[in-house]
Design a protein around this ligand. Structure first.
Ligand SMILES: [Zn+2]
Length: 316
């Protein structure tokens, strides 16, 4: 009995020693991981980066409100970017102000921030439809490219991989972790795409009208046709354009005009009134939706809403 008690004691000591060694090594590995401040431009970039990075590093967004198209960063925003280790933005087409920041970082060595243009590698499409008018009016060609890739699940998956790759180059210790998380976003994106492709295929009404031309990538992906009342950057339509939209609504028997949360819907309401269409909300996810859902889950909510409305319209 005496011998057994002694053995138990030794085991206890051994456990304590092993336990403390494990604790020390895990503390050391946490300490060894350098925290990097990541700043993103707006909600889709924030949501994707956050999902890839997990709890490894803090991620912030500088513009959580509506209005990424006309947005200019404040002095404090610029300081936050210079102060960060990594800055993720969508594209020179969308956040043209980022080019100036990039230029300053390169030339003046104001900051060591590493700048990631997340859509670099995605093929940006030209805007179909009414925007042809602007080309004839001699507008800047870059305004004719459509930045709204974050409203197509497949493009979200691709962009996630590009962000993970770029982050992995900066933070090599976590490269595999980032790539794995991006891979998982890509898999979920494919599941959502397959599900909605077959659902949208069955629709009789495949045409919809939105407040601004944000849903072209989504429409193309699912075999739908979108017409935006305002242009790709949310610019107000001319009287001539409004007349064209009205004709379009009547011709394609569109019964719903999709507006956006927290943005003036004057033009949409006017068309709805004149054509007898009702008004519903479809979120282009340009502002923080203030929920805990992923970007893909928020997009799926949009797809669900659009599907429901088009199904109802097809039945009439
Ligand atoms: Zn937009």
């Amino acid at each position: 009995m005496k011998y057994q008690a002694k053995t138990k004691k030794w085991w206890l000591v051994l456990f304590l020693i092993i336990g403390s060694l494990v604790n020390i090594s895990s503390i050391q590995s946490v300490e060894a991981e350098e925290e990097r401040k990541i700043v993103t431009s707006f909600y889709p970039m924030y949501a994707l980066t956050k999902e890839i990075v997990g709890d490894k590093h803090p991620v912030l967004m500088i513009n959580s409100a509506n209005g990424i198209h006309g947005f200019e960063p404040s002095a404090n925003d610029v300081v936050a970017i210079y102060d960060a280790d990594i800055f993720v933005y969508h594209s020179d087409i969308l956040e043209s102000w980022a080019q100036k920041i990039k230029h300053n970082v390169e030339k003046q060595e104001k900051s060591n921030v590493i700048i990631i243009e997340a859509s670099n590698g995605l093929a940006m499409k030209k805007v179909p439809g009414l925007e042809k008018l602007e080309l004839m009016e001699g507008k800047d060609e870059s305004t004719l490219y459509d930045p709204h890739t974050w409203l197509d699940p497949i493009e979200i998956g691709e962009e996630a991989k590009l962000i993970a790759q770029a982050l992995g180059e900066v933070d090599r210790d976590n490269k595999d972790y980032y790539l794995q998380r991006a891979e998982s976003i890509g898999t979920q994106a494919q599941v959502i795409t397959d599900k909605y492709t077959s659902l949208f295929k069955k629709l009789k009404q495949k045409t919809f009208v939105t407040q601004h031309t944000a849903f072209s990538y989504l429409a193309t992906r699912f075999g739908l046709t979108q017409l935006g009342i305002a242009g790709v950057s949310g610019q107000e339509p001319s009287v001539k354009q409004l007349q064209e939209v009205k004709k379009f609504v009547e011709k394609y028997q569109v019964k719903t005009i999709f507006t956006e949360p927290n943005i003036s819907d004057k033009a949409s309401q006017l068309i709805a009134q004149e054509t007898g269409a009702k008004v519903e909300v479809l979120d282009p996810l340009e502002a923080d939706p203030h929920n805990d859902l992923s970007l893909l889950a928020n997009l799926e909510n949009n797809l669900q809403r659009l599907l429901k409305v088009l199904q109802e319209e097809g039945e009439k």
